[in-house]
Design a protein around this ligand. Structure first.
Ligand SMILES: Nc1ncnc2c1ncn2[C@@H]1O[C@H](COP(=O)(O)OP(=O)(O)OP(=O)(O)O)[C@@H](O)[C@H]1O
Ligand SMILES: [Mg+2]
Length: 339
């Protein structure tokens, strides 16, 4: 192999994505509070490892990503928030509908000053608050544009990860351009809507659902999945977040008293605590019972998720969340998805 060939091979290796091959837009949804923002951040880190450029977008104006990565509030402009092994980087952007409106007006009609005038009369407020559908068109449009963006023929981003609206709203949110596309018959808006839908429906997109092993989030995952599939949006994986580490044998789990008091006392003595109070022994026994109940509930809910036949990515409940924890979750994702 001569030198130019080698260079080309190295470049390709860089561009090739080992996790979810071919996917360039990862949409992370789930029930509120299940860890969408955390999983989106960890996923972005996992995708960036090994030298990839990943854009992490936020669309709800909540500054969740800035909090997660412990950086100042994100501007509309792209901001690098993390670097990974192998020269990879995560760049974040808070996509704001008002900024996106101004960008569109400028792009399609070349009326930047008109944009300022529009803002003065409150037209943008009208458009973005009174017509939530339009707001979603702008947010998904901007995201789609980032996915397609190229410089000198190459994609600017190896992957785009979206910290998306919750499961209850995700299908309408992603499918909004379908409605626009059928309303506007010709012109720039029609073209834009159609190209966004082309990205959303293609194998380049994966919609991931985050859940906990609890009844309500699992039910929401099952319902959300059916909704996404009904309109032909591509589902990726289910991220099962904040899982309890099982500490007891199957036999102990099945017992009404999983860790009897004699055992707890013996354990305490072995640990050098010889004069333990009855209240302590009792509290530890109760903790074991609670743990057994929790594990059994998680196993039941896991069985419901396994029946869906969608790949599951298991993430542990960490003792606390900081940047170190986020990298730990990223590694866990990589280990499981690369298999
Ligand atoms: N694996 C984990 N281990 C420990 N704590 C976690 C884990 N995942 C998320 N958390 C914590 O759970 C809380 C909720 O997470 P996060 O903000 O990511 O959820 P969300 O789904 O984005 O919430 P919202 O619906 O409000 O946007 C946060 O305090 C976060 O630090
Ligand atoms: Mg969030």
């Amino acid at each position: 192999m001569n030198l130019p060939d080698l260079r080309e091979a190295t470049r390709l290796q860089h561009v090739e994505n080992q996790l979810w091959p071919g996917v360039r837009l990862h949409v992370v949804t789930g029930k509120g509070g299940t860890g969408k923002t955390t999983v989106a951040g960890a996923l972005a880190l996992a995708l960036a490892a090994g030298g990839h450029r990943v854009l992490l977008v936020e669309v709800e104006g909540r500054q969740g990503l800035a909090q997660l990565f412990d950086v100042p509030p994100l501007p509309y402009a792209e901001t690098r928030i993390a670097v990974t092994a192998g020269g990879g980087e995560v760049v974040a952007q808070a996509i704001d509908p008002e900024q996106a409106v101004l960008e569109y007006l400028q792009m399609f009609y070349n009326i930047k000053r008109g944009g300022t005038a529009l803002r003065k009369i409150g037209a943008i407020d009208f458009a973005t608050t009174i017509a939530p559908g339009l707001r979603d068109v702008l947010l998904t449009g901007k995201t789609g544009e980032q996915v397609r963006r190229r410089v000198k023929g190459s994609h600017v981003w190896d992957a785009v990860v979206m910290d998306a609206p919750p499961t209850g709203r995700i299908t309408r949110f992603l499918n909004v351009n379908e409605e626009v596309g059928s309303l506007a018959r010709i012109g720039p808006i029609k073209n834009q809507a159609d190209s966004v839908m082309r990205v959303m429906r293609s194998t380049e997109t994966a919609v991931h659902l985050v859940t906990l092993l609890e009844e309500m989030p699992v039910q929401e995952t099952i319902d959300g999945l059916a909704e996404l599939q009904a309109v032909g949006l591509p589902v990726g994986s289910v991220f099962v977040n904040m899982q309890t580490t099982e500490e007891l044998s199957d036999e102990a789990l099945g017992s009404s008293d999983p860790v009897p008091q004699e055992l707890i006392r013996a354990g305490l003595i072995a640990a050098g605590i010889t004069h333990s109070k009855a209240a302590l022994v009792q509290a530890l026994g109760q903790e074991a019972k609670d743990h057994a109940t929790r594990v059994q509930l998680e196993r039941r809910e896991r069985a419901r998720l396994e029946a869906l036949e969608i790949p599951l990515v298991n993430l542990p409940l960490l003792a606390g969340m900081d940047l170190g924890g986020l990298f730990e979750l990223a590694e866990t994702i990589t280990e499981q998805v690369q298999k």
